[in-house]
Design a binder for this molecule. Sequence first.
Ligand code: PLP
Length: 448
Amino acid sequence: RSATRNPIDEVRNVVMDLEMQNYWMPFTANRSFKTAPRLITSAAGVHLIDPDGRRILDGSSGLFCVPAGHCRPEIAKAVSEQLRKLDYTSPFQFSHPGGFRLAEKIASLTPPGLDRIFFANSGSESVDTAMKMALAYHRANGQPSRQRFVSRELAYHGVNFGGLSCGGMVKNREGFGTLLPGVVHMRHTQSQKGTFTRGQADAGHDLADDLQRAVDLHGAESIAAVIVEPVVGSVGILVPPKGYLQRLRQIASQHGILLIFDEVITGFGRTGNRFAAQTFDVQPDLITMAKALTNGAMPMGAVAAGTHIYDTIASAAPENGIEFFHGYTYSAHPVATAAALATIEIFETDGLFEQAADLIGPFQEAVYSLQELPLVTDIRSFGLLAGIDLATAERFGQRGFAALRKLFEAGLMVRVTNDTIILAPPFVMTPTQIEQMVSIVKDVVTRL
Ligand code: PLP
């Protein structure tokens, strides 16, 4: 009886009663997870809390989506008020004021000209939406033969069939059939391993000429768009060489090909600006976003489309007809919209874009101190993103997963992919907490 009065024991009792078989977990080794589950029962600020009340530093902002820190009361309040006022209304032929307010707000953050905002519920949906916009644009523009997409090896554009077809992570693709026809993959921009390049490499921008090769081989008239993550996230932080994105833009423009920046990770401050398009000073035709848009509190994604994209599609439709036959039951969901508006307000009132930019120096300084560890074979970092490669263990195969488990035991949550530890701290981490995060990595990797 007295045990259940202790909140930690209460949580623990509930957790011990969990039946595990029904939840089929995503991108998780279900069978092994369920023998030793890593559960989180609450969170606050830059910490996650497990059933034993242990505080775990969130080194990956969840999945890159909680830059303002967990359980922000401003977001909780906005969501709760919205739920009481208007929980749902159809977004087809009806709307609510919040959708318009949020679109206007997002358009104030995106580069000028990228101001038509379409709402989805995830990064994957945003990517597929942007791809369909590209097809619709060319069709409306009298060039319906433009149906190919050019993307990159090692890219991650989500898991729906459009984004998956453009993606370049082999495990995600194999086993799912022929995917979308007509996708051409350019080479990835992984710099030479072991160079510990800080920021952008000086060489390699000519990799963008792969787009020209695709044009030479398939004809510009067959290509709708090229899609890239400005900084590749999920595969372990691949930074574009200097001039690479500029060159892509140049070739795309020359041949009437649309440029899509998938900013699901890089959007909202992660590279030191509102969007990576601004960091690299390259204007895409479409930007996808999700994750940080609601600080992770509600599922939401969006596409910022160039005015010219919207205008072309709209002008091809009958005057009172639907312009774009696409949308989701939960597009601009009132509650997600409220969470996003509250998130952007936090960014603005707390100066989080600036805070993120200020944190980049201390973050990179700390991260590159890991270079001295014998197991660390490469480090790549840009903005508040870092990929730390570990040497593959000859006898045991990949070390990444062991690192994830041991780091978690040591009180740090990270994301790993193969043998790479990815760090992407919340913008509200203090430089001291950054030091603490990196020192946990140092201790654990030294003992791996
Ligand atoms: N695009 C990029 C660049 C991503 O990093 C991700 C997710 O990590 C996605 C798309 C897919 O987003 P979601 O998991 O919300 O569908």
